[in-house]
Design a protein around this ligand. Sequence first.
Ligand code: XLS
Ligand code: NI
Ligand code: NI
Length: 433
Amino acid sequence: MTDFFNGIPTIKYEGPESQNDFTFRHYNPDEVVLGKTLKEHLRFAVAYWHSFAWEGGDPFGGRTFDRPWFGSEMDLAKLKADAAFEMFEILGAPFFCFHDADVRPEGQNFAENTRNLEEIVEYFAGKMEGSETKLLWGTANLFSHRRFMSGAATNPDPEVFAFSAATIKTCMDATYRLGGQNYVLWGGREGYETLLNTDMGRERQQAGRMLQMAVEYKHKIGFKGAILIEPKPQEPTKHQYDYDVATVYGFLKDFGLEDEVQVNIEQGHAILAGHSFEHELALARALGIFGSIDMNRNDYQSGWDTDQFPNNVPETALAYYEVLKAGGFTTGGTNFDAKLRRQSLDAEDLILGHVGAMDVCAAGLKVAAKMLDDGKLEAERDARYAGWETPEGKALMHSDLESIMAQVTGQDINPEPKSGRQERLENLVNRYL
Ligand code: XLS
Ligand code: NI
Ligand code: NI
């Protein structure tokens, strides 16, 4: 036992009237909604990097946090793991997620990185035997170290591509060893700063081949989880290759991977791409590539990925409405890719950030379930497209321009516009809140 979370109780559900800060008001893991418990619906995961590796700070100043595990020795990495698993238990977190670099000391070379990772993975495996918390996904940090300054898969230097491919293998092995349910690839520095030194066509080919190799390796080792790409625009360059869901889908199609790879959609990344979160979720569902979510909140004025804990129920409700319409999560879940503000120094801040986020998501999911169950919203949408369900509407999709022209002329088709009823629908949604 560490003493990091001393005095903080295990968080229990006490209901909306509770005045106790260390309690859930809306997240009752056993509550059944639309035939599944909230625990099964939401599949919450703690992000190891933000909770245990993030040092505080902002673009103008470094570390503000003090943690007893900060440092680069293996013993400290194990102390960090001890504290992490204590927090998972306090929260009753069903899952966690990690990058290699969050959990193991950085070595002098690839071999040392691998040895360090394997040692800590065995340490995790031991802890997971006595814990309810499972691994939602693992991933490789192919962006923080200076060797990745020009990208990982898309690097002009083939040695960086090789180092990255080898690292992905070790991280997929770690994920598989720990029973991970997904493996994530987020593009980090896969983008370019200036076309003057960039061969975009070649870089795309490199990225496509890297992803194909990850998929090939997944099948080779019999990893049953999903491979997920996490789209992100803007940071650190305006031309990021995995800009948004639509861009990623085009990329997957190009490399024949649209049936192999799904997306992990992050709220803050959607906002940075100029979309709403629900837009990205709805598009992924429509394209058949919805996988998992990174739940956080972006500041709408700042213009960078602020990774705050979610605290807006109407927004989470619209997001979970899309998740429910996609049939809910299968291997995916709700990963809190969220970090404390730099002034939130205390252990209890870390706990309360998660408690609030879990409550907001649970409240949002319950609203979404009511919206879906009631059926009014879907009935309005169905009515709007009803013409397409008639024999004439269906036939149009298999017709051709000449026949359609003959039909329009012969029947003197002259459509009258109908209201889209947006305000009525917005009022309807507000009634469920
Ligand atoms: C960064 C990303 C990152 C991924 C995992 O903005 O959200 O944290 O989720 O590499
Ligand atoms: Ni993320
Ligand atoms: Ni992010």
